[in-house]
Design a protein around this ligand. Structure first.
Ligand code: MN
Length: 476
């Protein structure tokens, strides 16, 4: 094990990295207002941490310092399990989140290379780069095949153009120096396919403990030649500071907690899975890609971020960038559509709520068809008026209950392409359903007017309420 002499202060002399490129200030902020639960040392990595994280899901983030077998590290989870938290971490108003994300994806900001970085304070090479002894990697669900890295940004470079790609993959710990990877046929896969064709491995870096901006940017649905780290820069409104990997020609966010350097092995596949996935079902075991680990660099006392499959943090991280893309697509045809939301109850993939003011009879059905075309994962669409809060599933249900008639307002499409991870489909082949829960364009004004008490929202409860019992008042 080689120790690295640079301290964080020396590494970033300019001190001008935006606070949202570093995870630690966000954790401190969560703690300031009682949103961070801290576990006693020695929590079990097998099921213990995932169980705790699930119990706290959406309520408080979890910090588990010195978990069992890892006295010099901590596990963190649930840091971004509410969309308001994500917005706050990025310094964006919650209702501007999609707009700002759309803007960042449209106009990325190049990163800035620094020489020394916190993520390389400690360096472990060769046999010392042991995943099982260095990192506190939890096992989450009952039938998972073992420990998994779930919040690792996998960064690789296009062998032809050198452009970097960032994506999150589930990574099974297959041995002290080996990870099993699920690569869906997207950007990482196609870079790897290029390398493999010439018989070469593909260099990769896996970044754990990345900032909220980097995590969210990694999920952007953008063309293959867009570097997601530049979207993180645009989101943070300042160039992201990156450092060259210790032994690889890949640049990683300088403020990260842990960087695992390795290679996706050409012409190699080994068993991976089962693993508990976002729809709350297990993804099956199969022969999948293999990463050989060559080096692990960390901060002193690194924080290992884990995202529990199907938890709110998992859903929201995937949901927000999808919403931005889907809203873009729908607005290109229907610019007056105001907002969309992928509801957590529909795993932030399958249920889309659309908010709009319809202008023509029948128009909502066209919007429903546009939504199905925007992403094949979308299975059920509910369109509501602008007086319905689409972040409140009960309000959307109220609109369906009172503004929807099944014989007129339903769109049913049989035999379309859907999500393979939805077990009710036939390997992704399934039905789509759309609900027009908007008020008819020609309805009389009072018929669908929602009742309201004037001034209700403005009442300051603390200023009005007091701690007096009925009996003491009666006795006065
Ligand atoms: Mn990409």
């Amino acid at each position: 094990m080689a120790d690295y002499n640079q301290t964080a202060e020396q590494a970033a002399p300019a001190g001008n990295a935006r606070r949202d490129y570093d995870l630690r200030p966000w954790l401190a902020k969560l703690q300031e207002n009682g949103r961070l639960a801290v576990a006693k040392p020695g929590q079990a990595l097998r099921f213990g941490i995932a169980g705790l994280a699930n119990r706290l899901d959406g309520d408080r983030a979890l910090l588990a310092p010195a978990p069992h077998g890892a006295p010099e590290a901590a596990v963190i989870s649930g840091l971004l399990s509410r969309r308001e938290w994500m917005a706050e971490a990025l310094g964006i108003a919650p209702d501007a989140l999609l707009r700002e994300f759309q803007a960042a994806a449209a106009k990325p900001l190049p990163w800035r290379v620094v020489e020394h970085a916190p993520c390389q304070e400690v360096i472990h090479e060769g046999t010392a780069a042991n995943l099982e002894t260095l990192l506190p990697i939890p096992t989450h669900n009952e039938h998972d095949s073992g420990a998994y890295i779930t919040a690792g940004l996998l960064i690789c470079r296009d062998p032809k153009t050198g452009i970097q790609n960032v994506s999150i993959h589930r990574l099974q710990v297959s041995g002290p120096h080996e990870l099993g990877a699920l690569l869906l046929p997207r950007h990482t896969f196609s870079y790897f396919a290029e390398a493999e064709q010439s018989g070469e491995d593909l260099e990769v870096a896996i970044v754990v403990g990345a900032s909220p901006a980097c995590l969210l940017a990694s999920q952007a649905i953008v063309p293959i030649d867009v570097d997601e780290l530049e979207i993180a820069g645009a989101l943070g409104k300042a160039p992201l500071e990156v450092v060259r990997c210790h032994g690889k020609s890949i640049f990683v966010p300088a403020q990260s907690e842990i960087v695992i350097e390795g290679r996706l092995l050409a012409n190699t596949k080994r068993p991976e899975g089962p693993f508990g996935e976002f729809p709350q079902y297990y993804g099956p075991r199969a022969d999948r890609h293999v990463i050989a680990v060559d080096c692990i660099t960390t901060r002193v006392k690194p924080l290992f971020h884990t995202i529990v499959g199907g938890g709110l943090e998992h859903l929201i991280l995937g949901g927000i960038p999808r919403e931005a893309t889907i809203l873009n697509t729908i607005q290109s045809m229907f610019p007056h559509v105001r907002n969309v939301h992928l509801a957590p109850g529909g795993t932030c993939r399958y249920h889309l709520y659309i908010q709009m003011k319809p202008r023509q009879p029948g128009e909502v059905k066209n919007v429903i068809l546009a939504a199905f075309a925007a992403h094949y994962d979308i299975k059920h669409v509910i369109v509501v008026d602008e007086d319905v809060d689409i972040y409140n599933a009960e309000m959307v249900e109220w609109a369906v209950a009172t503004r929807f008639q099944a014989d007129k307002d339903l769109v049913l499409i049989a035999g379309a392409q859907g999500s393979k991870l939805d077990p009710s489909t036939d390997e992704g082949f399934g039905a789509k359903l759309g609900f027009d829960a908007t008020v008819p364009v020609d309805a009389p004004p009072m018929k669908f007017k929602r009742i309201a008490v004037p001034g209700q929202a403005e009442i300051q409860l603390d200023a009005v309420l007091e701690d007096v019992t009925l009996s003491s008042w009666l006795a006065e």
